[in-house]
Write a protein that binds this ligand. Sequence first.
Ligand SMILES: [Zn+2]
Length: 52
Amino acid sequence: MVKTITKNNKTYFICQECNFAYKDKETAAKCENWCRKNHSCNMEITKYAVEI
Ligand SMILES: [Zn+2]
């Protein structure tokens, strides 16, 4: 399950597998599905990760 956190009045979605944060839930869910299945990160997805 993608985790939702709020920081500085902004909502971020966290992949619980790799802990990368995303601005949209869809990308976070995609990342989490990938991470769980492949036990690695997909650069095409993690490039959308944001620093929080
Ligand atoms: Zn991930």
